[in-house]
Design a protein around this ligand. Structure first.
Ligand code: SAM
Length: 314
């Protein structure tokens, strides 16, 4: 990189992305020069609250898009398009992009950026100016989620979207590296916990790489991780998702305790927790970090069964 990616508003020099100078203008991506220009024009001061770290490196965009394995006919949901770095790459690989952006200034500018850099694809973009944690309807049903997510809300955003948009079949998200590890961890791993289990309800999650800090403006102080996911059927159970998630929350609220103790409040006492666990075929002395999502589904189901039996006896 020939200019300072950390200060794109004040430095001069050639674009960070070699493709910016390429004659193939229709595949041009945003480098430091373009980000500098757009940010200056909009008077954007990136905020931590909204997790605004913009990608200024075309190779990173190409890497994300390649790892997303998009079919050309897909409708991609992008959360937080920002200045449009990833949006342009997604428009090259998919039929349609639905972009949900909370910052009204960025949302309003995006169609113009796309018209400027991808005039042929301008009609393939829908911008939804909204909080991704609250959207329950979109102009087109998305089949893939591909996003450089705002780090402070990454897990709730992924869970919310998987819950409300069952057409989402797969995806690739960039999150804080530590969060990527949590989402992808398996039982016994020290990072295994609530995000791993709740994500596993909806999808198989896999770590797809680590991204350094200097491809962003401003540069975050931590590495980012790529997480790829494929939706799958949740475990077969008569318990609802909410009930299963409540059991997970209870088990991990006191992570170091045995399940018998940790689930006492949730089950109506330690004895009730023990009966529930035994009925589910789980050792009451085990800890939540050893269980998989199907185990929690059985625990929630066993609680129902015991309640029903107790009701009959009463
Ligand atoms: N996609 C752009 C890129 O890669 O350069 C920007 C990514 S930046 C990490 C996160 C983006 O998410 C910002 O544009 C921010 O304004 C937006 N954002 C933050 N919270 C959001 C929310 N709850 N819903 C929708 N967008 C949000």
């Amino acid at each position: 990189m020939t200019d300072d990616p950390q200060n794109p508003q004040t430095t001069a020099g050639p674009a960070a992305d070699a493709s910016a100078a390429s004659p193939a203008a229709e595949t041009r991506l945003l480098g430091a020069t373009e980000i500098r220009r757009l940010a200056g024009e909009l008077d954007v001061r990136p905020t931590k609250t909204l997790g605004q770290n913009f990608v200024i490196d075309g190779n990173t965009i190409r890497r994300i898009v390649a790892a997303a394995h998009l079919d050309p006919g897909e409708t991609v949901l992008e959360v937080g398009p920002g200045l449009g770095s990833l949006t342009l790459g997604l428009l090259d690989a998919a039929a349609r992009v639905v972009a949900v952006e909370i910052d009204p200034k960025l949302a309003a500018r995006l169609p113009q950026t796309v018209a400027e850099f991808r005039p042929g694809a301008a009609g393939n973009l829908d911008v939804v100016p909204a909080d991704a944690l609250r959207v329950t309807e979109l102009p087109h049903a998305p089949t893939a989620l591909v996003a450089n997510l705002p780090y402070n809300v990454a897990v709730p955003v992924v869970l919310h979207l998987l819950e409300h948009f069952p057409t989402l079949r797969h995806g690739l998200v960039m999150v804080q590296d530590e969060v990527a590890d949590r989402l992808c961890a398996g039982p016994g791993n020290k990072t295994y916990g609530i995000p791993s289990l709740k994500a596993a309800w909806y999808a198989g999650m896999r770590k797809a790489g680590v991204i350094g800090m200097n491809v962003f403006w401003p540069a975050p102080k931590i590495h980012s991780g790529l997480v790829s996911f494929e939706r799958r059927e949740p475990p077969a159970t008569t318990a609802s998702r909410t009930e299963v998630f409540a059991a997970i929350d209870a088990a991990f609220a006191q992570r170091r305790k045995t399940l018998r103790a940790a689930l006492a409040g949730w089950a109506g006492g330690a004895d009730a927790a023990e009966r529930t666990l035994r009925l589910a075929g789980i050792d009451p002395q085990a800890r939540g970090e050893r269980l998989v999502i199907g185990d929690f589904a059985r625990i929630a189901e066993a609680r129902h069964q015991l309640h029903a039996e107790e009701g009959e006896r009463a």
